[in-house]
Design a protein around this ligand. Sequence first.
Ligand code: KG4
Ligand code: ZN
Length: 363
Amino acid sequence: MLIFSIETSCDETAIAIAKVKNANFHILSNIVSSQAKDHAKFGGVVPNLSARLHLENIMSCIDSAFKKAKILPKQIDLITVTQGPGLIPALLIGTQTAKTLSYLWQKPLVGIHHIEGHIYANFIKNKISKISNFNIKFSILCLVVSGGHTQLILMKKHLNYKIIGETLDDAVGEAFDKTARILNLGYPGGPAIAACAANFPAHAKASAGRQFTIKLPRPMINSKDFNLSFSGLKTAVLYTVQKNKKLLKNKKFIQEMSYEFQQAAIDVLISKTIKAAEKYNPKIIMIAGGVSANKELRKQLGSAIKKNLSNAKYIMPDSKYSTDNATMIAIAGYYRWQNMGNTQRKKALNNWKDLKTSANLIL
Ligand code: KG4
Ligand code: ZN
């Protein structure tokens, strides 16, 4: 089976072609055209600019995907697309393109929730992934950390999600982006803060050795539920620099602040994940979404799981598939397709007219 996939929910125009054969998921092409540089001058993603750039780029991305995959459009069996949530002007470019191709090629079209894609990115291993690896044990606890979402999700079976906790305000990726903006580190903020934090000298990590003795709050770390909050963290950074604007010119301050901000966010995420795992006893713990590319989060969560939970296996997506891409939409789409009966599969043939794009799609 050959799957053609589109993802345009934010600022990456992403196209992928995957083949499923003999219980193997092969990535034939994974094209990601990032608009990050175009949005950087505005300090964040501008929805209409994003739509315009998707529109300008999508056909050449599709062409590149077919050339790289060395297959022809008529060979495609299934089309998958991010249906939501995301920026509606951006999503519409992807869904309208997918609907047009579904009509033209007379092939079924399956809409995928963006976060479902991020979660299933955990099952993409290299270019070829054994489907048998996907036959993993449930329940799974997944920490979703992206620019728009921060959630703890419990999966008792494939394609089944129970949100057991989530942010009450900003998503953690959004907090990284806003904090980077306050510190003049540019967009996207997550990688910029991570890079600055990595330059903070190891000997100063214990607070005694710090030049500026910055101590940020760990919001909601002691609350009994599994909810989170990140807007106060960003505000604490803002207040510190508002009190003394000269600090923004001090490279050592920026490093210490980036380190402390990143660590505060990681401390809360890990604490809540471990607490949730102690309650629900999952067989597997996974991370998903753009912030799951953060090396410190990956490493420190792994250590915390090893230390506190003897029975849980830890899975992470390859960092290439942590941030937005269309391969994750293809693999989630494959699972959706496998789970459909004949009637649903027939209905998917009408999705060229029926599929609804939704900025607030529910998982
Ligand atoms: O999943 P994603 O690519 O798009 C959304 O679905 O939102 O996530 C983007 C978010 C941005 O906020 C970006 O700053 C953050 O992921 N991010 C990171 C890192 N790489 C991307 N945050 C922290 N450390 C990183 N290495
Ligand atoms: Zn995403």
